[in-house]
Design a protein around this ligand. Structure first.
Ligand SMILES: [Fe+2]
Ligand SMILES: [Fe+2]
Length: 285
């Protein structure tokens, strides 16, 4: 059913999206007042710079997410999906604002990584709702969420943790939208578009993993195993796809995963940090 602005009634086909919309409204927070921006950072000067470089990756991702979620509102037909996306627009605006404040407190906003620039430009430029939803909601937001988790586990700074907790709670809803709404979008995607979507996923996954790879030294300085974050991201994406219950247009290749993770394995082995247990887990994932 295509969108008709002047229909008096709307279809009630998406009760789970209605619930996600209610949850989004309940979770609303004000980035100016919910976070104590005057609290001091506990990181050492060199750790601050390393953290600022990693969070600058996220900052540009948040700016792209603001654009993409706003673009998706007119690209989807169902009112319930529009409501959830409208909430996402304001959430992403808060994330941009919160990360900008945090980065300026830590150090500076660093220039965008060239690999991350490629994938984010692509997601903003494409006209396809399916590409935007798969690339942003399923791949980029999910990896960002895993990075938030891994930073929260290893970096004991109250301000950074609070920002990541507020933002992470919103990001889970954004990947939730992919799980609930992508099956309907993918079911309508034609043969050519679904194969183009596969090719795009290979490209986006490669770009994201290169962008993360470029920050492995900064992560190491903070005691973070960023390769593990990427690995968890791939596993979490598989879980989201299982929940979606549709594989049409979704590219899944153990070879691609091994390829993107092998760089980290080689790096860890070179430093004598890679253990056989890690190797077994990676080959079975
Ligand atoms: Fe966000
Ligand atoms: Fe998001």
């Amino acid at each position: 059913m295509s969108f008709d602005l002047f229909r008096a009634e709307i279809d009630d086909h998406h009760p789970r999206l209605e619930r996600l919309y209610e949850q989004a409204k309940k979770d609303f927070w004000n980035d100016s007042t919910a976070i104590d921006w005057d609290q001091p950072l506990t990181l050492k000067p060199d750790e601050r710079v390393a953290m600022a470089k990693i969070l600058s990756l996220i900052y540009y991702g948040e700016r792209a997410a603001l654009e993409v979620s706003a673009q998706l509102v007119p690209l989807v037909d169902d009112e319930q999906a529009k409501f959830v996306l409208a909430c996402q627009v304001i959430e992403e605006a808060k994330h941009v604002s919160a990360f900008r404040r945090l980065l300026k407190k830590l150090d500076v906003i660093h220039p965008v990584n060239p690999w991350v620039r490629r994938v984010l430009s692509d997601l903003v430029a494409t006209k396809h709702a399916s590409y935007k939803l798969v690339g942003m909601q399923l791949i980029v937001e999910n990896i960002a969420n895993q990075l938030f988790n891994i930073i929260r586990e290893h970096v004991d700074d109250p301000l950074i943790r609070t920002v990541l907790e507020y933002v992470g709670r919103d990001e889970k809803k954004h990947t939730g939208l992919a799980v609930l709404y992508l099956p309907q979008i993918l079911a309508k995607v034609g043969f050519v578009e679904s194969h183009m979507l596969w090719a795009k996923q290979i490209y986006w996954t490669f770009c994201v993993s290169q962008g993360i790879w470029d920050h492995r030294r900064e992560a190491e300085a903070l005691g973070i195993d960023i390769g593990l974050g990427l690995k968890k991201g791939i596993a979490a994406q598989d879980h989201l796809v299982e929940q979606m219950g549709i594989r049409r247009g979704i590219f899944k290749s153990p070879t691609l995963e091994k390829l993107v993770l092998s760089m980290y394995e080689r790096d860890s082995r070179r430093k004598g940090k890679w253990t056989p247990a890690q190797s077994r887990t990676s080959s079975s994932s």
